[in-house]
Design a protein around this ligand. Structure first.
Ligand code: HEM
Length: 440
């Protein structure tokens, strides 16, 4: 096992978590597996940011359902967020649950299907090509299903069932449900589906709560205490976040029409909304507790971005009841809600790149040289000042896009999108330079 860079992985696991190997055990997994996911995710991030500049005025018009905006949404969700999640899980399952991904070659299948599927899906939406859209949706389904099965096969062998274990087990379930909805939506996109708003709402929230948020709850529960050095934090809020979120996504997994006219059907969505909201509040409380009890007082740019993402979730939660109850009658409000929600996860993920990639590069290239020659610290692999500027660009750009969307200010939306895109590209360049660093 390789030595740890200073200040990484030295915090004890949160109370109740299994005695897991430290972060350095993730080096047992070849780093190029996560690396290819991260590289593809960064490409989507950069291209998605450019797409945001082009289509930002559409957001300010509240044109949430036009194909090019749907394409943009999936560039960020399936490209940036989901590819990053898959990459993180490939690398950090040994840290998260004490086992590597069960079938590493299968991770290449899901990666290939996800990348090609997304490219076809987006191209088909932009070119209005139904066959291509269905092929893209099919490949995305293959990617989600293979990753879910791989994750499930990994978890089956795990004895210690921590919070992270259950969060990932829940995510594996919704990795199967998400594309089922997505495929039905793809089938209906040209022919029209009954109650499109409800179906898209279910699909988006199952994906965001059941896949993205459950993984965030589970993985953050391991990584935040490590990165912040926060000891002995009570973890009841995280359990509440996990239980409520899982329950919300489960209710939403029942198709809108399946309740018939029953009274259960009438309250299903409000109950799911309340549970999802409780999950977000509990997660924010847990994250705040990690930040509050941190030993490392100064916040680095990565953790600042993660904190901005967590705060963004509160804003999304405040908007949700108004945006979702008014639906298509207030399209700008609906679009603002999704900008804030997806923007929050975008920032949370962006923050973790500033922690994870330098760590991996250090461990792979510099760790073996420790004691033989002078090696830089992890934090010396990039300029913190540049990363702070980057964080400011990303947060202010996204906040600007959200405000401009709410106000219907098309020019402001484009200017703010340019600020965000500058931040995204700066981050792509910084991360690429870190990845290219080699010992002298
Ligand atoms: C984490 C994964 C995903 C997230 C967060 C997500 C999120 C969303 C959101 C927010 C929308 C509404 C976009 C808009 O109207 O502008 C949407 C629509 C759509 N999604 Fe996804 N999605 C995910 C995965 C998928 C997958 C895997 C597929 C295909 C298999 C898919 C297919 C679709 C389709 C076809 C629509 C358009 C529906 C319509 O407007 O009628 N999505 N998704």
């Amino acid at each position: 096992m390789l030595p740890l860079p200073l200040g990484v992985g030295s915090a004890p696991a949160p109370r109740g978590a299994p005695a897991l190997p430290s972060l350095s055990s993730s080096v047992l997994v070849p780093p190029w597996l996560a690396g290819q996911h991260f590289a593809a995710a960064l490409v989507c991030y950069g291209l998605g940011a450019l797409g945001l500049v082009v289509f930002a005025p559409d957001l300010a018009r509240g044109w949430f359902f036009v194909p090019r905006v749907i394409a943009l949404v999936h560039f960020f969700t399936l490209g940036w967020i989901v590819l990053s999640i898959f990459g993180v899980l490939c690398q950090f399952l040994p840290v998260a649950v004490g086992r590597s991904l069960r079938f590493l070659p299968l991770a290449h299948v899901s990666f290939g299907a996800q990348s090609l599927g997304l490219a076809l899906f987006v191209a088909a939406l932009l070119a209005t090509n139904r066959s291509l859209l269905l092929l893209g949706a099919l490949l995305l389904t293959v990617a989600f299903v293979t990753f879910a099965l791989n994750l499930a096969a990994t978890l089956v062998a795990v004895r210690e069932r921590s919070l992270t274990y259950w969060a990932l087990a829940g995510a594996a379930v919704f990795l199967l449900v998400t594309p089922a909805y997505g495929f039905v939506l793809a089938l209906g996109l040209h022919d029209g589906i009954t109650d499109r708003f409800a179906t898209v709402g279910h699909h988006a929230h199952i994906a965001l709560l059941g896949v993205v948020f459950l993984v965030v709850i589970g993985v953050a529960h391991r990584l935040l205490p490590m990165f912040l050095l926060s000891h002995g934090v009570d973890e009841r809020a995280a359990w509440l976040a996990l239980g409520s979120t899982f329950a919300a996504a489960t209710i939403l997994a029942v198709p809108p029409g399946a309740w018939g006219g029953s009274s259960a059907g009438a309250i299903a969505v409000p109950v799911a909304g309340a549970l999802g909201g409780a999950g977000v509040i509990a997660f924010v409380v847990q994250a705040a507790s990690f930040f509050k009890h941190r030993q490392r007082r100064a916040l680095d740019p990565g953790m600042r971005l993660a904190a901005a993402g967590v705060l963004g979730l509160i804003v999304a939660l405040l908007l949700a009841p108004f945006a979702l109850s008014r639906g298509l009658s207030a399209p700008r409000l609906l679009t603002t809600y999704f900008v804030v929600l997806l923007g929050s996860f975008t920032l949370f993920v962006a923050g973790h790149y500033y922690k994870i990639v330098p760590f991996l590069v250090w461990n792979h290239r510099y760790g073996p040289l420790l004691g033989k020659q002078r090696v830089p610290k992890v934090s010396e692999l990039f300029s913190e000042r540049v990363a702070n500027v980057d964080a400011a660009l990303l947060v202010s750009g996204l906040a600007g896009v959200a405000v401009a969307t709410a106000l219907g200010a098309e020019l402001l939306a484009r200017v703010a999108a340019i600020v965000f895109a500058a931040g995204a590209w700066l981050q792509v360049i910084v991360i690429a330079r870190i990845a290219a660093r080699k010992p002298a």
